[in-house]
Write a protein that binds this ligand. Sequence first.
Ligand code: AMP
Ligand code: MG
Length: 518
Amino acid sequence: MKLNIKDTFNKELPADKETENSRRQVNNACFSYVTPKSPSNPELVHYASFLANDLGIANDVQTKEFLDVFSGNSVYPETNPFAMCYGGHQFGNWAGQLGDGRAINLFEIEANNKHWALQLKGAGETPYSRTADGLAVLRSSVREHLCSEAMHSLGVPTTRSLALILSGDEVLRDILYNGNPKLEKGAIVTRVAPSFIRFGNFQIFASRRDNKTLKELTDYTIAHYFPNIKSEGKEKYLDFYQEVVNKSLEMVVEWQRVGFVHGVMNTDNMSILGLTIDYGPYGWLENFDPDWTPNTTDRQNKRYRFRNQPDIILWNLVQLGNALYPLIEDIPAMETILTAYNKTYDTKYHKMMAAKLGLSSTYTTENHDELINLLTQSNIDMTIFFRNLSSVTKLDTPKEAFTKIKYAFYNIEELPNEIITKWEVWLKSYLEMINAEEQTDSERKASMNRNNPKYVLRNYMAQLAIESAEKGDYSLINELYLLLQKPYEEQSEHEKWFAKRPDWALEKVGCSMLSCNS
Ligand code: AMP
Ligand code: MG
């Protein structure tokens, strides 16, 4: 395997002087050197063939060297793996030092004119492992691997996943934290992104009043990842802040478009590049419930519920602002950026919703609000509703239009007549709108289908793939991987995945109930 190694993070930023792999507070350093744990019997479960191709290693995936390097069995020549130091606000509270407790950065490469960082998740303990083991289980690794690649194909900014490898070791987990620990298969995921720097990387130095390292990290980030910023001095950091605000905002608009709920939007899980990162107890809205969160740990407060996501991004951006303040020292200028967030979000959100509805000039927020009310009251599948709405045609009557979306309801028999009437009223106004638009039915359908995926990684689908993988059958992982490469295409041979959540999945652990214990 010939990699074009281009390390920058561990070459340009200050390293922890201590090299022993012991759990500790690490000061004045951006990372600590660590060596991945050797797995006892690594086995390749799945690799993302399209990503391997982009990375120029498609021909190496079946080699022993690939398995060794991406299971942590051996270190690629002349590279120096490390874990990053970062902090973060967890569920609204400052948690101090967190860091890569179970992620180990291997190296950075250049491939096809792109710069990538590669890291292992679940490859053993680091100085940041705190009280945990540095490992990951197959269950959560399947979820991260499949969802990263699915999100990329949906067009949502995200970190990627190259490979899923079983370590051959067993890992003890108490899935629901209720005193029932079980041994599970350990696994390692190779994550890929231009960079894995998070809001928390900046926060940790600000919290320690270490402005020197804060400045070094910020200068490094701007130089490598925001090369379009040409300003100097305080202006430069302000421009950087604005860019991060823009990128984070764009990411969350995309989440709302596809019905993705991250589940743990702590500031240590916020990428500075606006990428979806750290797939844990995430989920997809099935029945449209804006108050839903898949994360059982957050069931009480539902801080990270679907409809809160845009506000939480803003809250997290305020925390990032606090961290960058020593470099900017201009509260009014920072406030201007933050004040603009809600307005920009509204504009982008409504543009996105108009595209989902296939409308341009006729779209109104009143019609949108009524739709959201109806969706919320109807126990209706978000993905199927929007996808099937594209079959409505200009000459349909409201009743005919209703039959086209009927399949999306979970319990149509139980739907009160007054709600059906409300749907017909909404559809009547929708029909008036599409009739007033210039687009033909087929043009509108095509554009709606580019904005409304047919296939998303519903939790029950991931769960089925996990259950077969736990028995040694990896075929469903590959089937879902391939299906989700083309989420907007009809793929009628895969129609069975264009289905509402089955009843068995409603209360099943891993489907509607997920915890951070992964
Ligand atoms: P998360 O909420 O999963 O993003 O994790 C929060 C913090 O806990 C991060 O610093 C993780 O690296 C760390 N962490 C999570 N799981 C483990 C684990 N099994 N071993 C070590 N550290 C972990
Ligand atoms: Mg995390």
